[in-house]
Ligand binder design. Structure first.
Ligand SMILES: [Zn+2]
Length: 166
């Protein structure tokens, strides 16, 4: 993301506040909306940064961060789920909330990362780790199949895998 993207996003979300402030005749409403949007955006950027580049910061030990980190981890596994990083309320309202993965996958581990694997293990091998690197279980056929979504490297996946090392 370019440095100016944040300013543009804040300006765009300010658009509805302008006619509202004009209609009620209180331009302080515009200042309040600007402070709220800027604060929200800064919190989003900071938390998202901490999720992808963990460094044992104080915020990473907080319970809310632990939950949000699992929420966001699932977003990178299921790109059409868990859009909200800071406040998952919209995911709940719009039906995009996912609490656990539907299949086992290679997820990062750490003190600030919850286990988002299925409650029922999808591995057919008793005693084997539930994670399958580069493959996932086909629930219908009961066999292991290559999954392009998992095995295809991307910048985000590489970023997530680095979290295990840190
Ligand atoms: Zn992310």
């Amino acid at each position: 993301m370019a440095w100016w993207n944040g300013a543009v996003l804040i300006a765009v979300v300010m658009i509805p506040a302008v006619p509202l402030a004009w209609a009620v005749g209180h331009w302080a409403l515009l200042a309040g909306a600007f402070m709220a949007m800027t604060s929200y955006y800064c919190v989003y950027e900071y938390i998202h940064w901490c999720m992808h580049l963990p460094k044992a910061r104080v915020v990473e030990r907080a319970g809310f961060f632990f939950r949000l980190n699992g929420h966001h981890l699932l977003h990178h596994r299921y790109m059409h789920k868990n859009f909200n990083v800071v406040l998952p309320l919209a995911d709940l309202c719009l039906g995009t909330l996912l609490r656990r993965s539907k299949v086992s996958f290679a997820q990062t581990r750490g003190p600030a990362v919850p286990d988002v694997q299925p409650l029922i293990a999808t591995s057919p091998i008793v005693g084997a780790p539930r994670c399958h690197v580069g493959s996932e279980r086909s629930e219908a056929a009961g066999r292991t199949v290559a999954s392009p979504a998992i095995s295809a490297p991307s910048a985000e996946r590489l970023d997530v895998s680095r979290r295990t090392v840190a």
